[in-house]
Design a protein around this ligand. Structure first.
Ligand code: SOE
Length: 410
């Protein structure tokens, strides 16, 4: 007679005995939007992929005891803590997953690395270049002790973007000339949306730039296979005063407000151009004011031999134009990225059945577990996160100087 399925949460011992693999016991700090996404990633990765170690949702941490307990039950974590230092001090945690606002990334990551834990840190790596440098140094030292530290740029893990990377690396685009990328959302259009942590520089580091711009800088450099050498930028804050929120706020939804307003101290939108070391030109746009655009990350690469185009709102598709084909027959064609020989897809559904946003976090967990088992530096490493941070700082510096912003005469 088969046993009743367990409602969960699983204990570490149960999960390990089921899988027969050494556990990788995860302690996650933060339980809002990203916490929920990472929970799905950890819960699912070992059930879909054959992993060298079995992720176990050991402990979740948040300051509000009732809310974090509810999050533990909902997402399947075995235990809950209200103090992140207590989570790091636990012997039954091998990896610390940081899903908090950027102002605490450095402190938590440094403490976790010092305690001998592996680390996964949400993007952007930190709020300043200095913090990111310290974190990267600590990660390098920890690597020599067998620890692994990764930054969470999950859009590298969409099968279509991973396939695009493979095609660029295989030379299908030839010499690259352009990278055109935008990340458009609209959840700040309403001037009555409250002043949440994402709109406060001391907590978030920057606005659309760090939140969305960090993703597209990383993705553009990852797909191009090279780094930006310089940038020229414009940023703007459209709504400078917003209602104050009451108590806890959610990331992108509306939150209750109370009397009074506060000042927005981050950018609402960032536009910048860039030049890659090879001479290819790039353009970037990051905004949370693009009415009607919900999570529209679009990237196009043009090379001498062909072009690739991707849109996150249609994430199972990659568009390819092969410029070596006869002109009369050439044109962009859609690759439906659901075949078993496409990245990550041998473990999922039959062709045509498609994946979504949450699978990027499953793939992220999968790749990190492999890096830990192999003792490899993961991609993207803290050093990659630091380099993105340097690009963001250069964008802010350029926007402040307005160095190449030439007024148009009358
Ligand atoms: C909010 O703009 C946000 O949740 C980002 O913080 C995430 O990184 C992105 O994946 C979705 O949008």
């Amino acid at each position: 007679q088969s046993a009743e399925p367990k409602p969960g949460p699983y204990t570490a011992a149960e999960a390990v005995s089921e899988a027969g693999r050494t556990p990788l016991r995860v302690g996650m700090i933060g339980y809002a939007f990203m916490g929920a996404a990472h929970s799905q990633g950890w819960r699912t990765a070992g059930r879909v992929f054959d992993l060298p170690r079995q992720p176990v949702l050991a402990v979740i941490c948040g300051r509000d005891a009732t809310a974090v307990r509810a999050a533990a039950d909902r997402h399947g974590w075995a235990a809950a803590e209200t103090d992140w230092r207590a989570l790091i001090a636990r012997d039954d945690v091998d990896l610390v997953d940081i899903c908090t606002p950027g102002d605490s990334h450095a402190e938590i990551a440094l403490a976790a690395l010092a305690a001998g834990k592996h680390v996964l840190c949400e993007k952007p790596l930190a709020n300043t270049v200095e913090e990111a440098e310290t974190m990267t140094r600590a990660a390098e030292e920890a690597h020599s002790r067998g620890q692994v530290a990764m930054v969470g740029f999950n859009y590298r893990r969409v099968p279509a973007t991973a396939l695009a990377r493979r095609m660029v690396a295989d030379g299908r685009l030839g010499t690259l000339r352009h990278v055109r990328v935008s990340y458009l959302q609209d959840w700040l259009v309403d001037p009555e949306f409250p002043l949440t942590w994402r709109l406060r520089k001391e907590l978030a580091g920057s606005g659309s730039l760090g939140d969305l711009g960090a993703h597209i800088v990383d993705l553009a450099q990852y797909l191009a296979g090279e780094r930006l050498a310089g940038v020229s930028a414009l940023t703007e804050t459209f709504v400078r005063e917003r209602p104050l929120p009451t108590g806890a706020t959610s990331g992108l939804g509306t939150a209750a407000t109370r009397a009074g307003t506060g000042t927005v101290t981050v950018d609402d939108a960032a536009l910048f151009t860039g030049r890659f070391a090879s001479g290819a030109l790039a353009s970037f746009e990051a905004t949370r004011y693009a009415t009607g655009r919900k999570n529209a990350l679009r990237i196009e690469l043009n090379g001498e031999r062909g072009s690739l185009a991707f849109d996150l709102e249609r994430l199972n598709e990659l568009w390819f134009h092969d410029a070596t084909e006869p002109g009369a027959e050439a044109g962009f064609r859609r690759i439906l990225v659901t075949e078993p020989d496409h990245p990550y897809l041998d473990a999922w559904w039959p062709p045509g059945h498609g994946l979504g946003y949450e699978h990027t976090f499953v793939h992220q967990a999968r790749d990190l577990v492999h890096a830990i088992a192999d003792g490899r530096r993961p991609q993207p490493s803290f050093a990659d996160g630091l380099q993105v941070q340097r690009v963001l700082a250069a964008v802010e510096e350029s926007a402040e100087k307005n160095s190449v912003y030439t007024p148009v005469g009358d």
